[in-house]
Design a protein around this ligand. Structure first.
Ligand code: VTB
Ligand code: MG
Ligand code: MG
Length: 321
């Protein structure tokens, strides 16, 4: 993959973020999602690559854009797998809350796990605690290892968990250990990415979220030297057969970094849609919009933060109503 692709991908997430953040606080999650998806789709066609969507907005018959299998880019090499979440956190935007992102990841063809739309149990940590966790181990063992690795006391540790009834037991266990919990309404990709940056104050992401989001997080953590472990949680016969098609017949099978994203030729880009611990959301004033993005490349480990100022009237790829 050419390194210039990294900059091209930021243009994709910037356009999606500027378009969807227009809906921030208006209580309209579908409109926000649609604006992000349409803008992202438009910019992809201008990028020199031969991409195939492996994680997208749905299957061909249910999503008009960015569906799984859709071809993206101008059609020239490199051949890449593309994972997108044009708006990760539609409810967050509708309600004006924290940590909505526009996200894209690409890797060499065949290197991203084609995670179907089902749940995945996840445990993610930053580089300071990579190699120290085990999804099959008790929560207490994991939290103790992370605390030790980070040189923190247990009550310094901050664990992010999606605020869902399914996590009642996990929440109780983490509290019993003495660690703190940030309960989030949505947005576990941002939470996983945040573990890679000590300044965010986030040490661990724990619990069940979307499997596609797990692959996106894995690309980010690969770039950062962190770690995420996942386990698919099939809930019905159809989801079970999807797992088997992917060669996963042991339900306890933990997916490690190289199962989620093979090799190190991968790029992750995200733009903040609403404010978060790491990225600021989009700000508008008249004809101007400012964006705050993160783009990283696993091969070189380069991490870049990019601030953009966009002249709305001069950008044909934006979706502004
Ligand atoms: C999480 C969260 C996402 O889906 O993956 C969640 O990070 C899991 O699904 O932002 P449930 O809402 O069913 O718990 C999102 O909320 C949306 O993609
Ligand atoms: Mg989405
Ligand atoms: Mg999502």
């Amino acid at each position: 993959m050419d390194r210039s692709l990294t900059m091209e991908l930021v243009r994709v997430t910037e356009a999606a973020a500027v378009s969807s953040a227009r809906w921030m606080g208006f209580g309209k999650k579908d409109e926000a999602d649609q604006a992000a998806t349409t803008a992202m789709r438009k910019v992809f066609d201008t990028i020199p690559m031969k991409g195939t969507v492996v994680i997208g907005e749905g299957e061909m018959d249910e999503a008009p854009m960015l569906y799984i299998g859709e071809q993206l880019g101008s059609g020239v090499p490199p051949e890449v797998d593309v994972a997108v979440d044009p708006l990760e956190g539609t409810n967050i935007v509708a309600k004006g809350l924290w940590n909505a992102l526009s996200v894209v990841a690409v890797a060499d063809r065949g290197n991203l796990l084609h995670a179907p739309d089902m749940y995945m149990e996840k445990l993610a940590v930053g580089p300071g605690a990579a190699g120290q966790v085990d999804l099959n181990a008790p929560v207490e063992d994991n939290l103790k290892s992370v605390a030790r690795a980070l040189g923190k006391d247990m009550d310094d540790l901050v664990v992010v968990i999606l605020d869902r009834p399914r996590h009642a037991e996990l929440i109780e266990e983490v509290r019993r250990c003495g660690a703190r919990i940030k309960l989030i309404p949505d947005g576990d990709v941002a939470a996983a990415v945040n573990t890679g940056f000590p300044d965010t104050g986030v040490d661990v992401l724990y619990g069940i979220g979307g499997a596609p989001e797990g692959v996106l997080a894995a690309v980010a953590l690969k770039c950062l030297g962190g770690e995420i472990q996942g386990r698919l949680v099939p809930e019905n016969e159809e989801q079970w057969s999807r797992c088997r098609e992917m060669g996963i017949d042991d339900p306890k099978r933990v997916l490690f970094m190289d199962d989620l994203v093979k090799g190190d030729d991968a790029i992750f880009a995200a733009t903040g849609v609403t404010d978060g611990e790491l990225l600021r959301g989009v700000r508008y004033r008249g004809d101007l919009a400012t964006t705050h993005s993160l783009v990283m490349r696993a091969k070189t480990g380069t991490v870049r933060f990019i601030e953009g100022t966009h002249r709305l009237k001069k950008k044909p790829n934006l979706v502004l109503e």
